[in-house]
Design a protein around this ligand. Structure first.
Ligand code: SF4
Length: 169
């Protein structure tokens, strides 16, 4: 896995104050994407122990609510295993912190990934320029959904996502 940035005290990509890992690699090619630099899976820097420690140092702070994975696409083939391993480690070390994942894929195509057992919230779907709305919280276009993953997986039909209470249409 490679990454471009680790941002701190972020208030825009999930609940509370968060640390955000911006990974490299995305093949959704959304028109109007704000981060086309992150599309190349070979771009950025290798995610190494120092980068992991930088994240842990943030999660050690009581006022940090959790971590958000964005990019790029954390569920791109180049990232999925690395992100899954890191999420597993974080859940074990910081069970009270929340884990959010942004992806250009739709929930219906990813709900069965093993990674989901440790994810609290997924913001799904490609960015659609025609549906852009700057008033939306945590998402760029109105087709995207802020999904409560654990509530959804408990449903008899996990294909029907339970939306986070702050998902605004
Ligand atoms: S999924 Fe996100 S990073 Fe990928 S092209 Fe679309 S907006 Fe850009």
């Amino acid at each position: 896995m490679r990454y471009h940035n680790i941002t701190k005290d972020d208030m825009l990509n999930g609940d509370g104050l968060r640390v955000v890992l911006w990974v490299a690699g995305c093949d959704h090619c959304c028109k109007g994407c704000q981060n086309p630099l992150t599309w190349d899976p070979d771009g950025g820097l290798p995610f190494d122990e120092a980068a992991k420690q930088e994240i842990f140092d943030q999660l050690d702070k009581s006022y940090i609510s959790g971590i958000t994975f964005s990019g790029g696409d954390p569920l791109h083939n180049a990232n999925r295993l690395g992100v899954r391993a890191l999420i597993g480690e974080i859940k074990e070390k910081y069970p009270d912190k929340t884990i959010w994942v942004y992806t250009g894929s739709k929930w219906e195509d990813i709900w069965h990934y093993p990674i989901m057992k440790n994810v609290d919230v997924v913001v799904d779907g490609e960015y659609v320029q025609e549906l852009r709305d700057t008033k939306l919280l945590w998402k760029g276009s109105s087709n995207q959904r802020v999904i409560d993953v654990q509530a959804t997986l408990k449903q008899t039909d996990p294909l029907k996502p339970v939306l986070h209470c702050n998902n605004y249409e």
